[in-house]
Design a protein around this ligand. Structure first.
Ligand code: FAS
Ligand code: PHB
Length: 389
């Protein structure tokens, strides 16, 4: 019977970062991933890294390309009622965020871990968790048509919102808190220069829009769409026209459009699973919580979970100290609920949810308060930068 110390389910950013950090601490891991490496590295997802995320990627030795190609951003724009207001992150917090696609983080971590001899099994099927409440956990799976079993001390469930980990916990052992928003984000990636050198979050009576980027020649744009919309209902031309309607006129006229190289719709929802531990299983990242992407928190929250679990497992293996393992869930959830609250608040401020004209007026009033109150802007800046771990 094969044995390892920690089985990590999922080779997304949280699974690979945890595997890398544990390897550096001398902890043996095996990563089991459902999809192929090419599939995982092709997914277009997050784009904004908090300073804490950048620091941990550097600590894991995965920061070289990030430092060379990442775009430091010292602020972002709020656009509403034909005006824009800049949230000056650097002046308000002394810190800035870095624009660097999750796709690139994925590639950097995967290459690094494999080059260092890390074990990642891709295209694994039928993963089943066993004996999570026992003295040794077991993970059974199918790989290359062969049924395997790994005994281990701990399982890190890094398998996202639709993985097996959180489903392995008995319903009576967890509480799930969920909020589903009646809208989605239609996202487009295009090889065109970004309309602004900084991110622009736009509140408009037709709906939310976001102007982001991946480089000086590759842009990422989003518009709020109906939750039932399908991608094939939106031609590129319809997307660009709607985006221009939702931006201030001067910005709309400066928008450079082009053919989409990726187009997808992400539903907006919040979900938190408590506790984030069940016996020998620890839930990490999207396996434990989902936030609407408005606050750019999803990936960054996953990274802070990784830090807490890395510290806990290192303490266990190097000092036989279980204290941080026992505190993992409560420590992680403090940050999870802070990010969930901010993401919920920012989503409610920027999106159109009803036809009630009062909703839009209240949103504009709050945006004007943000624009003219340093204290209000500072609170937003501190949340966007992310609480220190
Ligand atoms: P992930 O979902 O990234 O990784 C989980 C991994 O586990 C995947 O590789 C999956 O294939 C694998 N897996 C799943 N089930 C498995 C099983 N049974 N067995 C083995 N492996 C299994 N966040 C932002 O901050 N900004 C954004 O703009 C943004 N956009 C997003 C768009 C979409 C469509 C989605 C789904 C998420 C988006 N997010 C965004 C959030 C996203 O970035 C996540 O927070 C981030 O990927 C979390 O990383 P992980 O926890 O590693 O989960
Ligand atoms: C992105 O670039 O994909 C992005 C940026 C900021 C967000 C969400 C998504 O809040």
């Amino acid at each position: 019977m094969a044995h390892t110390q920690v089985v990590i389910i999922g080779a997304g950013p949280s699974g690979l970062l945890l595997a890398r950090l544990l390897a550096m601490a001398g902890v043996r891991t095996v990563v089991l991933e459902r999809h192929s490496r090419a599939y995982v590295e092709a997914r277009i997802r997050a784009g904004v890294l908090e300073p804490g995320t950048v620091a941990l990627l550097n600590e894991a030795g995965a920061g070289a390309r990030l430092q060379a190609e990442g775009l430091p951003h010292s602020g972002f724009q709020l656009a509403f009622e034909e005006q824009t207001h800049r949230i000056d992150l650097l002046a308000l917090t002394g810190q800035q965020v870095t624009v660097y696609g999750q796709t690139e983080v994925q590639k950097d971590l995967g290459a690094l871990h494999l080059a260092a001899g890390g074990i990642i099994h891709y295209e694994v099927e039928a993963i089943t968790l066993r004996d999570l409440a026992g003295r040794q956990a077991g993970v059974e799976y199918l790989h290359n048509g062969v049924r395997e079993r790994l005994d281990c001390d701990f399982v890190a469930g890094c398998d996202g919102a639709h993985g097996v980990s959180h489903q392995a916990i008995p319903a009576q052992a967890v509480q799930r808190f969920e909020r589903v928003y009646p809208v989605g984000w239609l996202g487009v990636l295009a090889n065109v220069p970004p309309v602004s050198h900084e991110l622009v979050y736009a509140n408009h009576h037709r709906g939310f829009a976001l102007c982001s980027m991946r480089s000086q020649t590759r842009s990422r744009y989003y518009i709020q769409c109906a939750v039932g919309d399908r991608v094939d209902q939106w031609s590129d031309e319809q997307f660009w026209n709607e985006l221009q309607c939702r931006l201030p006129a001067a910005m709309a006229s400066a928008l450079i459009t082009g053919p989409s190289i990726e187009k997808s719709i992400a539903p907006l929802r919040s979900q938190v699973t408590e506790p984030m531990r069940y016996g020998r299983l620890f839930l990490v990242g999207d396996a434990a919580h989902i936030v609407p992407p408005t606050g750019a928190k999803g990936l960054n929250l996953a990274v802070s979970d990784v830090r807490f679990l890395w510290e806990a497992l290192t303490g266990f293996y190097q000092h036989h100290d279980e204290r941080l393992l026992n505190e993992y869930s409560s420590r992680a959830l403090l940050r999870v609920w802070q990010a969930t609250r901010f993401s919920w608040w920012f989503t409610a401020l920027m999106h159109r949810f009803t036809d009630d004209p009062a909703e839009h007026r209240l949103q504009v009033a709050e945006l004007l308060n943000l624009a003219h109150s340093r204290a209000a802007s500072q609170a937003v800046a501190e949340n966007y930068i992310g609480a220190t771990f």
